[in-house]
Write a protein that binds this ligand. Structure first.
Ligand code: HAM
Length: 423
């Protein structure tokens, strides 16, 4: 019997995994600069958290969750996203009581959605996300957006488009909701069964429907921007002002509604404009969710964040032909000729590693020529050859693989020699 990987998942093998590590390190360094601290929450949560947090009427909750009963009959769900869990931890662990506010958190980890797999869409994917809880300052909206843009730019992406919108506060949303119902209701029979349910449940979701995307009522639907009250308008203007004054280009798209229910005020997405990127161009999505902490049993706390997947980021790097500066070279490959020399290289190898050098040797009793080939595959900067003659003289022959020059060095001094070459 042979096994295959489940649909929509990936094995990330050596050669590829270094890119992931590089991206993750860049993200962590950036978070350090912006003072976001890491949070690690469980891979699974009680289903109710996502039903409440992400929203009953969303595709995620309706169709895409990996939900099962545990042995005690409790409904458990593999997390489809990171915001609900982060806010749950913020509430449960009373992070709001810390003197230092806002609470700025980030996470990197796998998420699970039962979607139809295609390029850029997986059933298990890794999100890097940040959440800032406890501030209603539009400057933090600009900060969150700036961090996402910085990550992409630091990694070398150029063809990016930032799209923003405001979904307004509760009052604005109620006014917009009524306008949407009035707009769609007379012809709701022409829409899919999901949209018919959405009409009363959450008419904003209709605008995001993939099936009814081309219906003529979609383009003429009332725009949220016309229904923003003065406060919401002022907030949105301030966010735009901060983006502009900090050199972050953006477009306002009143059609950007996002696929999760918890949003209000600022919503944004970052797309790739790169040619040949494929159908799914959204790299990153986020926004403000001022009611979420209260919704899941905590104190009224404003919040904003984003999430992006490493999978789509890698696809964008590929589409733009950006290669990450990853080096997998080693300091020294040890080549042994003869049994006695082999024994000596084993201890030398261990000593090299203790001294902090990246070192490797052959374990298959290969011929000398094949050992040199292996050294090349490891991109060794130096190859140190120990044969019987060298052993008698207590020296080792060190070859610089870049210049081709070779030197005999006392065995006891070779580690110091290699360390000096490295500096
Ligand atoms: P989202 O728009 O559902 O938002 O997902 C954010 C990002 O996750 C997407 O832009 C995409 O990069 C990635 N993503 C989503 N689904 C898949 C998939 N099936 N395969 C590969 N990548 C995927 C959220 O998840 C919100 N929690 C974001 C947020 C944080 N809002 C506020 N804070």
């Amino acid at each position: 019997m042979s096994f295959q990987i489940p649909r929509g998942t990936q094995d990330i093998l050596p050669g590829e995994v270094e890119k992931w590590q590089f991206i993750e390190k860049t993200a962590r360094d950036l978070c350090e600069r912006y003072q976001y601290k890491e949070i690690r929450t469980p891979i699974f949560e009680h289903t109710e958290l996502f039903a409440r947090g992400v929203g009953e009427s969303t595709d995620i909750v309706q169709k895409e969750m990996y939900t099962f009963l545990d042995r005690k009959g409790r409904s458990i769900t593999l997390r489809p996203e990171g915001t609900a869990s982060t806010v749950r931890a913020f509430v449960e662990k009373k992070l709001y009581a810390n003197p230092s506010q806002p609470t700025k958190l980030y996470y990197i980890g796998p998420m699970f959605r039962y979607e139809r797999p295609q390029t850029g869409r997986f059933r298990q994917f890794v999100q890097f996300g940040i959440e800032a809880l406890g501030s209603n300052d539009p400057a933090i909206d600009a900060e969150v957006i700036s961090l996402a843009m910085s990550l992409y730019q630091t990694l070398g992406l150029k063809s990016l488009k930032l799209v923003i919108n405001s979904l307004g506060d509760a009052e604005s949303r109620i006014a917009h909701r009524e306008a949407l119902i009035a707009h769609f209701e007379p012809r709701i029979g022409e829409f899919c069964s999901d949209c018919q349910k959405r009409l009363q449940q959450n008419p904003l979701r209709i605008l995001d429907c993939k099936k009814d995307h081309d219906h003529e009522l979609m383009a003429s639907a009332p725009s949220i921007l016309e229904y923003l009250n003065d406060e919401s308008k002022a907030y949105f203007n301030k966010v735009q002002q901060y983006l502009t004054s900090n050199g972050i280009d953006f477009e306002v798209d009143p059609g950007l509604v996002r696929g999760l229910d918890y949003y209000n005020h600022t919503a944004f997405e970052i797309m790739s404009n790169a040619e040949g990127f494929g159908a799914i161009t959204t790299l990153c999505g986020g926004g403000r969710y001022n009611g979420l902490a209260k919704e899941i049993g905590g104190p009224e706390t404003p919040g904003i964040g984003f999430a992006l997947s490493i999978e789509r980021l890698l696809a964008a790097l590929d589409a733009e032909g950006v290669s990450l500066p990853i080096s997998s070279s080693i300091d020294c490959y040890l080549v042994a000729m003869g049994e006695a020399a082999k024994d000596r290289t084993v201890s030398l190898l261990f000593e090299m590693r203790k001294a902090g050098l990246k070192a490797e040797k052959d374990y298959e009793d290969k011929k000398v020529k094949a050992q040199f080939k292996a050294a090349d595959r490891h991109q060794a900067k130096y190859v140190a050859v120990l044969g019987e003659d060298e052993l008698v003289k207590n020296v080792i022959s060190v070859k610089n693989m870049e210049t081709g020059t070779q030197e005999e060095v006392p065995i006891d001094g070779v580690i110091e020699y290699l360390k000096q070459q490295r500096n």
